[in-house]
Design a protein around this ligand. Structure first.
Ligand code: ARG
Length: 465
């Protein structure tokens, strides 16, 4: 390539063009092309500023603006003629403008640099992407809310250490994920506040001398505020890191939900059957019904977390201000966004398709050892110190295990040894439905409490849109 190639923005001071290997390393059009809408919006705002300061006439600006609109139509229809000599999106658009408008196309570069342009583009794109992810989270939350409402009073076991722990209603674990997702969405909304800052006017590193007004760019592009420092504006990518971190946390939530679906749909658990459209067969074993969707969601968490680690590693140790390393910010961010936007609707569909097995869930919730804690708490209400109550109930559990029954099978005399008042309440104490109903405080599993929780969850989700 020659030094003064029309496709590049910087050939003049070199006698020879870049080596092919160097060019291949640096070219970014294959991924930064995704920013065409944002780049064109920035250029249109810039043409407006150049007209305002008198660098462009009204007619110049109108011609540039019309060309930029045509350019957008080419991108939208997939027919923009990207050239092999285009190093990045900004250069490609300028080359095309010069081809269209001649000398006028070359006037648009005044007062800006690709260093502020790329940050402006990425911030704008990230705002839109964040909104799309939040909307997709709400879609999954709604699928969970609907399932919770349908199964508000179905008994289900709750686990700790993946051992049966205490009976709950099925809505409780489903709503647990709604609240986790709520925080994931709120984290994105919080990150959005710091993404929403305009940088144009910062130039390459130290601003510009033309009198361009950063606030007017912000107004034209719809940013809420303007960055305060041209070096910070061009050098910083913490908005990308924060967004990637929020996405990585979201991906871990999705992974955990995926894991529940995998477990619950096993023959061993047998709590749920995923719809045919969200299950896959085996190429060898005709009987198989595999939860691939849930597994893939769990598996894809690795690449989202990987994107965060890649981004942190790229930014770490960079000297101020812009360094070309920062070109590496885009692909991991795009991939993290694409991945969660693939996973969320698939998982929402899988959740909506779930058919739960009431008998299996109730049977698993009815293991009466799961109510040992309730018996101990009943003793506390009878005045026994909890430490002592724990011992007495532990004795009952051991005795029941030795005789090969549940707690319900213990003779009254054995129960009375723990406390005389337990005897007549024994069957009520060991009834899982009664146990669930006793937990009627906020956050508890009594049906009335869960009904309140459900409406609070719906209200919280509504604030996201
Ligand atoms: N393509 C670059 C990026 O994605 C922006 C261009 C800045 N390049 C430069 N040599 N100053 O970060």
């Amino acid at each position: 390539m020659s030094g003064a190639d029309a496709g590049r923005l910087w050939g003049a001071r070199f006698s020879v063009g870049p080596e092919e290997s160097a060019w291949a390393l640096g070219v970014s059009t294959h991924f930064d092309v995704r920013l065409w809408r944002e780049d064109l919006a920035g250029s249109r705002a810039h043409a407006g500023e150049l007209e305002r300061i008198g660098v462009l006439t009204g007619a110049d600006r109108a011609a540039i603006d019309a060309a930029l609109v045509r350019c957008g139509e080419l991108f939208a229809s997939g027919t923009f003629p990207m050239a092999a000599t285009d190093e990045d999106l900004h250069g490609a658009i300028e080359r095309w403008l010069v081809e269209e408008l001649g000398e006028l196309g070359g006037r648009l570069r005044a007062g800006r640099s690709r260093n502020d342009q790329i940050v402006s583009d990425l911030r704008l794109w990230s705002l839109g992407a964040t909104d799309r992810v939040i909307a997709a989270i709400v879609g999954l939350q709604e699928a969970l809310l609907d399932q919770a409402e349908t199964h508000l009073d179905w008994l289900a076991p709750a686990y700790t250490h993946l051992q049966r722990a205490q009976p709950v209603v099925l809505a409780q674990p489903l709503l647990a994920f709604v609240w986790m997702l709520q925080r994931d969405a709120e984290r994105l909304r919080d990150a959005r506040v710091r993404i929403d800052r305009s940088v144009l006017g910062s130039g390459a590193v130290a601003g510009q001398t033309l009198g361009l007004d950063p606030q007017r760019y912000a107004d034209a592009l719809g940013f809420t505020t303007v960055t305060e420092n041209s070096i910070d504006a061009t050098a910083s990518r913490d908005f990308v890191l924060e967004l990637a971190a929020a996405l990585a946390i979201l991906a871990t939530t999705l992974s955990r939900l995926g894991e529940e679906l995998v477990l619950w749909s096993t023959t061993e658990f047998g709590f749920v059957r995923l719809g045919d459209g969200f299950s896959t067969g085996s190429s060898m074993m005709p009987q198989k019904r595999n939860p691939d969707v849930a597994e893939l969601v769990r598996g894809k968490t690795g690449r989202v977390v990987g994107s965060l680690v890649a981004l942190l590693t790229t930014v770490k140790g960079l000297p101020l201000a812009y360094d070309r390393d920062l070109q590496e910010d885009k692909e991991p961010l795009f991939d993290a966004i694409d991945t969660v936007l693939l996973a969320l609707p698939a998982l929402a569909g899988a959740v909506a398709s779930c058919v739960f097995d009431r008998e299996r869930l109730a049977a698993a919730a009815s293991d009466d050892f799961a109510l040992a804690t309730d018996v101990a708490e009943a003793l506390v209400l009878l005045g026994v110190p909890f430490r002592e109550a724990h011992e007495r109930v532990g004795d009952l559990v051991r005795a029941a295990e030795e005789q090969g029954t549940g707690l319900a099978g213990l003779p009254a005399s054995r129960v009375a040894a723990a406390h005389g008042d337990l005897v007549e309440r024994w069957s009520e104490l060991l009834d899982p439905a009664a146990a669930v109903a006793r937990r009627d405080g906020q956050g508890g599993t009594a049906v009335a409490a869960v009904r309140v929780q459900l409406s609070r969850a719906r209200a919280a989700v509504a604030t996201l849109l």
